[in-house]
Write a protein of this length. Sequence first.
Length: 110
Amino acid sequence: MPENSEPVGTPVPSVLFSTLASPRRRHVLRQLLERDASVSLTRLARNVAASEDDVERVYVELHHRHVPKLVDAGLVTRERGGDAVTLTDGGGVVEPYLELATRLANVPEA
């Protein structure tokens, strides 16, 4: 049974922006939004690590740091003892904020 399986609303702004501060978490959310289905943590790690050549390290970081933060924010669920990560209803409303965070990440600092 998925953790945090009850639908949630949009997270409060401080939680949302704190969560989107990480490029890896933004990448995970983009992957889930594009697929509109559960994605294994292994596949997410492979996709995130495509430019880093260290899938195992990325998997460990996603497993212990980034996915739990996304779960705590109510944006994704993760099967207990499983590998599947799924976007929640709350995660579905994050797309405009994700696009904004991506655009702002590409703006040079003044």
